[in-house]
Design a protein around this ligand. Sequence first.
Ligand SMILES: *[C@@H]1O[C@H](CO)[C@@H](O)[C@H](O)[C@H]1NC(C)=O
Ligand SMILES: *[C@@H]1O[C@H](CO)[C@@H](O)[C@H](O)[C@H]1NC(C)=O
Ligand SMILES: *[C@@H]1O[C@H](CO)[C@@H](O)[C@H](O)[C@H]1NC(C)=O
Ligand SMILES: *[C@@H]1O[C@H](CO)[C@@H](O)[C@H](O)[C@H]1NC(C)=O
Ligand SMILES: *[C@@H]1O[C@H](CO)[C@@H](O)[C@H](O)[C@H]1NC(C)=O
Ligand SMILES: *[C@@H]1O[C@H](CO)[C@@H](O)[C@H](O)[C@H]1NC(C)=O
Ligand SMILES: *[C@@H]1O[C@H](CO)[C@@H](O)[C@H](O)[C@H]1NC(C)=O
Ligand SMILES: *[C@@H]1O[C@H](CO)[C@@H](O)[C@H](O)[C@H]1NC(C)=O
Ligand SMILES: *[C@@H]1O[C@H](CO)[C@@H](O)[C@H](O)[C@H]1NC(C)=O
Length: 512
Amino acid sequence: MFSRATIFVFHLYLSSITEAATLPNDESGSRQFSPRKSTFITTKTLPFIVNGSALPDVNFDIGESFSGLLPIDDTDKELFFWFMPSRNPSSNNEITIWLNGGPGCSSLYGFFREQGPVLWRPGNFAPTANPWTWVNQTNMVWIDQPVGAGFSQGTPNVTSSEEVAIQFLAFWKNLVDLFGLDHRKVFITGESYAGQYILYIAAAMLDQHNEKYFNVSGIMMYDPSFGWYDLAMQPIFIIEAPLVVMIHSSPTALYFHRGPLPLVPGLGPDGKVTSECDIYNEIYLANMELNPCFDIYEIGKLCPKPWDVLESPEYYNGNMPPNFEPYFNRTKVKAAIHAPLDSHWELCTSRPVFTNYTDLSSPSGITGGPLQRVIEATNNVVIRHGTMDMILMVNGSLLTLQNLTWNGVQGFSSPPSKPFIAPKATDRIAGFSGGSRVLGLWVQERGLSFCTVELSGHEVPAYQPSAAFRQLEYLLGRIDNLTIAGDFVEDTWLIEKGRPVDQMHDHPIEDC
Ligand SMILES: *[C@@H]1O[C@H](CO)[C@@H](O)[C@H](O)[C@H]1NC(C)=O
Ligand SMILES: *[C@@H]1O[C@H](CO)[C@@H](O)[C@H](O)[C@H]1NC(C)=O
Ligand SMILES: *[C@@H]1O[C@H](CO)[C@@H](O)[C@H](O)[C@H]1NC(C)=O
Ligand SMILES: *[C@@H]1O[C@H](CO)[C@@H](O)[C@H](O)[C@H]1NC(C)=O
Ligand SMILES: *[C@@H]1O[C@H](CO)[C@@H](O)[C@H](O)[C@H]1NC(C)=O
Ligand SMILES: *[C@@H]1O[C@H](CO)[C@@H](O)[C@H](O)[C@H]1NC(C)=O
Ligand SMILES: *[C@@H]1O[C@H](CO)[C@@H](O)[C@H](O)[C@H]1NC(C)=O
Ligand SMILES: *[C@@H]1O[C@H](CO)[C@@H](O)[C@H](O)[C@H]1NC(C)=O
Ligand SMILES: *[C@@H]1O[C@H](CO)[C@@H](O)[C@H](O)[C@H]1NC(C)=O
C-alpha cells in the first residue's frame, strides 16, 4: 500500500541546506548554519515521507511531512493522517491534532483551507503558500476520522462518540509509537462537529492516566457542536421565548442565573426542534429566495458561487466542467500522499460514519459531560466562535455554557467583553490575508476561555487566519491573554528574513 521511497531522505536533507543558506548571518558573521536534521526519519517512517516539492499543482516546497494510513486494530479499520513537524524549537515537547467535523468530513479541509501549509481557496486559479500555517508554531497532525471520513478505511461501526474515542485512542498510540511522539503535551483542536469528538477523545485520553501517550494539555474548538444542537441554531430567532427575552432585555440576568436553564419552547426533551416551531428553516428558505448563494456557514456570501477544488461536481448543479475531479480524489494526489488509489475521497461523506447516522452520546457540553471534565483536568479549554456563522450561533453556544457548571460554579459571570487584539502582520503577503486590531471579545473564567471572532463564518481559521494564529499562541501558553498587544510570538518573518519588525502597528485606538 505504501511506496518504498528511501531517496526522499536525500531530498529533504538538500532542501534544509538550501533553506538554512537564506538565514541571516549570526553574530560571528559566519554563514555556518547547521541544517535542521529531521528527528522523524527512521526506517519505520520512510514509507510515509511526502516529497514536499511533488504535490500535484503546488509549485513550491511545502516542507517536511509524513502521511498515510495507520491501523486502529487488527481489522480493516485504518485512519489517515498527515503529520508536519514544526521548525519552531519551542514546540519540541508538543503535538497538536486538528479534526474537522461533519460528522464525516475530511480533516484535509483544514490542511488545504485553514491551518495547513497550502491554501487553495474557492475561486483561486492555483494553490498558494499559507503564511498563517500553524506549522510555524507547533507540530501539527491532521487526522481523517472516524472510520468512513476522508481517506480512512474499513467499515464504520460506531454508535456513539465514546466509541469514536476508543478507536481514536488505539490509532493515536500507533501514531505516537511510529514517530516517537511520546511524553509530549497533546493539544486537540478542531471545529464544528469535532466539538463532540474532541471532548470525548480528550476525556478518554485523560481517563487513561498515561502521560506517555495521552498528556492532554489543552483543547481549542471553533464554532463547536457541544450543546443541544437546535438550541445553538434556533434561539436568536424565537424572539418571544422567555429565555431570549432575558438575553436581549437583560443580558446580565443570564449571567447571574442559577439552576438549569429552561429549554426554549418548541424544543422536545431531546433538544430537537418540533417541525411546527422550526423557524430556522423558514428563515433559511426565505434567505435562499432573496439570495440563491446564501450560505449558512457565512451569512455574508453573495453570488456568484466560486468553484471549489475540494468539492464534488454535483455541488455545482451542472456548473462544473464535465471531467472535474476533487483535488484529493485525483490519482496523482493520492499517490503523492500514500492514500489508497482506489479510495473515493469526498470532502464530507454522504455515507453514515455513525450507525444509522446517529451519535447516541449526550452533547459534550452538558453538566457532568466531557466538557466539564476536560476543563477541570486541564484548565485550558478554549472556545472561539465566528459571528457570521448561522449553522451554530454565538449566543446559542453561550447559552449552553451558562447552563454548565465547571470548577464548582455555573456559567460565566459576565458576557465576553474584553477586546481580542490580533497583531498586524509584518509580512506583506500575510497582511493581505489576515486582519488585525480588535477582532472580537473574550471572557476567561476558571479554565475556560470563550472569544468571538468578527467578520468570520463557521470555519474561523479560513476566514480570519491571523485571529486563529493568535489564538493558537494562547492555547499553547505563549501569551497570557488575548488583549496583549505586540507582535506574534513566533514571528518567523523576522527570524527567517532578518529584517526589523514593522513599527507601523498596534497604536492604541485612543491615539486618534
Ligand atoms: C521530489 O519531487 C521533485 C519534483 O517533482 C523532484 O524533482 C525530486 O527529484 C523529488 N525528490 C525525490 C527524493 O524523489
Ligand atoms: C466495531 O468494530 C471493532 C473491530 O474493529 C470492534 O472491536 C468493536 O466492538 C465494534 N463496535 C461496535 C459498536 O460494534
Ligand atoms: C504533561 O503536561 C504538563 C503540562 O500540561 C507538564 O507539566 C507535564 O510535565 C507533562 N508530563 C509529561 C510526563 O510529559
Ligand atoms: C447575543 O446576546 C447579547 C447579549 O448577551 C446581545 O447583545 C446580542 O445582540 C446577541 N447577539 C445576537 C446575534 O443575537
Ligand atoms: C440545562 O441543563 C439541564 C440539565 O442540567 C437540562 O435539562 C436543560 O435542558 C438545559 N437547558 C438548556 C437551555 O440547555
Ligand atoms: C473518486 O475516485 C474514485 C476511485 O477512483 C472514483 O470511483 C470516483 O468516481 C471519483 N469521484 C469523483 C467525484 O470523481
Ligand atoms: C439501526 O436501524 C435499524 C433499522 O431501523 C435497527 O434495527 C438497528 O437497531 C439500529 N441500530 C442502532 C445501533 O441504533
Ligand atoms: C493580559 O496579560 C498581561 C500580562 O501579560 C496583563 O498585564 C494584563 O492585565 C492582562 N489583561 C487582561 C485583560 O487580563
Ligand atoms: C511562517 O513561515 C514561513 C516560512 O518561514 C514564512 O514565510 C511565513 O511568513 C511565516 N508565517 C508566520 C505567521 O509567521
